[in-house]
Structure formats: C-alpha cells, structure tokens
Write a protein of this length. Structure first.
Length: 300
C-alpha cells in the first residue's frame, strides 16, 4: 500500500501555514467561531441538512461514474430530517428496535437480507467482475493514502476510483474532503474531557442516574451501561434475554436523557468551550467551513 501525506495537515501533523493560513495577531482578534463553524464542528444545527444534501450529491455522482464504467450502482438518496439535534442524538425509535446495536455485533448469524442493493448486486457478479467493480469504485491496492490525525488516529482512503472522483468534484480536492470530514470531528472530541468536568454536565448526569434508578438500573453513565452490556455479550454471547435487556436499558437511557436534556446540555457546552480552542485550530476550522459551504452551494 502506498501512503502519501496530505498537502494540508490537521491537528499537529504539519504547521497551519502549510495550508496557506497563518495565525497572526490580527487573525487572533477575530477568531470567534461563527454559528456555521460551530455547526460543522459539533455536527449540529445546519450540519444535518447540509450533510444529507452532500451525501445525496456524492452518491448520484458515484452512480453516474460507475454507469459510465459499465456497472450498476444505485444512488442512495435520503430525505432531510425535521428532528431536533437532541432527537437525532437520542434516536429513540432505533433504541426500541435494536437497543444500542450491540447484539448484531456479537450475533454469529449473518442476515444476507440485510445487504444493501449495491452489495447484493456485487454478490451476484463473478469474481473477475466483482474485482473490476471494486477497482472502478475505489481504485486498486496501491491507490490508498493516509491522513494522520492527532492522538494517533489515522484515516486511510483511496485516491482513485469513482468515490475519489466524486469527492474531488464536490470539494475541489481529496485533501479538502478528508479534512472537512475528519478534522472537525477530531477537534470536537478534544472538547469531551472539558464537558465532562463541567458542573452543568455533572448535574445533568446526577439527574440521569436518579431517573435510571427509578427504572431499576444503577449505571454510573450511558457509557458504563453500554460497556457492561458489551462485556456481557463478549463473555456469554447473544441470547434472547440479553438482547431484551440491551433494548430495555437503551430505551430507559434514552428516556432519561430526554427527560433531563442531556444531549442539549452537552451540545451547549461543546459550542461554548469551542470558543477557547487554540487560534490555529479555529482558523483551520474557518477554512474548512468555507470549503464545506462552497460544496453545499454547488448541490443546492
């Protein structure tokens, strides 16, 4: 696999000035993040609708590209949601159906009916044609590149094929697509420890624990509930009882989080703490938000 560095780095890989931006004193005085920049950083507000628009456009471009190469590829088009940020975060309908989605990770029975339309199409091809399909979509084994994020996280992606061509068409370059897709997430994750130390967050979690005790559960946090259920699956596998418990805990967790507005509290804290991020990170986020908005404007 050939790994090439990105031209524009993130989170300590290369200096921000390598991207054509420098953190001058003048920049620092106007580095207050805008609402749109906070939306991209925290994946909230206008992010959801914009993300759907861009994903739909990318899927349609891939479909046209694959058709030109002689393959069928069904574009996956999603309708924009009308749910609030909190409703999207809680995803309560999914909790009632699948809990946290843990059982499927440990269930040895694979449901072929769960495959998407494109996967089912590829499954019906000969090995030769399936290999040609994969190369048309994502290039060959030597076409991959790597982006190094902070904290030892790496993102590997193909620089060729219909996916790469479609992303380049939308964002101007693959470097910018990868940066827009992952830099804000990585930066947002760095705010987590500050959020968890906040008195507002701790009060919300205390109320969540009280609510959960009223439903018969004594987990310290949603993460603790998730981890304990996961450990149980790992130790004993999937049974009807363990699957039912996962769903019951996930539903109770979602109901209590909604009752005390845990997601809204976390989001408000993230957006507030983001204003004290290092100036270099905020300037990079500003640059990426402009690229993101330009891409969205193309498809609307």
């Amino acid at each position: 696999m050939r790994l090439a560095p990105l031209a524009c780095a993130v989170a300590g890989v290369l200096a921000l000035s390598a991207c054509g931006t420098s953190a001058t004193d003048e920049d620092a005085t106007r580095a207050e993040l805008t609402g749109l920049e906070l939306d991209l950083l925290t994946r909230s507000g206008t992010f959801t609708r914009t993300n759907v628009d861009l994903a739909n456009a990318e899927s349609k471009l891939i479909s046209a590209c694959m058709k030109a190469k002689g393959f069928r590829y069904r574009a996956e088009v999603s309708a924009p949601t009308t749910e609030s940020d909190e409703e999207l975060s809680l995803n309560r309908a999914e909790r009632h159906e699948r809990g946290y989605g843990l059982a499927s990770q440990y269930d040895s029975e694979k449901d072929a009916a769960g495959k998407g339309t494109n996967d089912a199409y590829v499954a019906g091809l000969s090995k030769k044609n399936a290999d040609a399909y994969a190369e048309a979509l994502r290039g060959g084994a030597t076409d991959f590149r790597e982006m190094r994020l902070g904290g030892g996280r790496n993102i590997t992606f193909s620089a060729r094929g219909c996916e790469a061509r479609s992303r380049t068409s939308l964002y101007g370059s693959l470097d910018d697509w990868v940066s827009v897709s992952y830099f804000p997430q990585n930066l947002n994750s760095e705010l987590g420890p500050r959020v968890e130390k906040s008195p507002k967050y701790r009060r919300a979690m205390a109320e969540w624990r009280t609510c959960m005790r009223g439903k018969g559960y004594t987990y310290a946090s949603p993460d603790a509930a998730y981890d304990q259920l996961k450990a149980a699956y790992r130790a004993r596998g999937v049974t009807a009882a363990s699957r039912d418990r996962e769903i019951a805990v996930a539903v109770a967790d979602g109901d209590c989080a909604a009752e005390v507005h845990v997601p809204s509290t976390v989001l408000a804290l993230r957006r507030a703490y983001a204003q004290s991020l290092p100036t270099a990170d905020k300037l990079q986020l500003r640059r990426l938000t402009a690229i993101w908005k330009t891409a969205a404007d193309k498809v609307r």
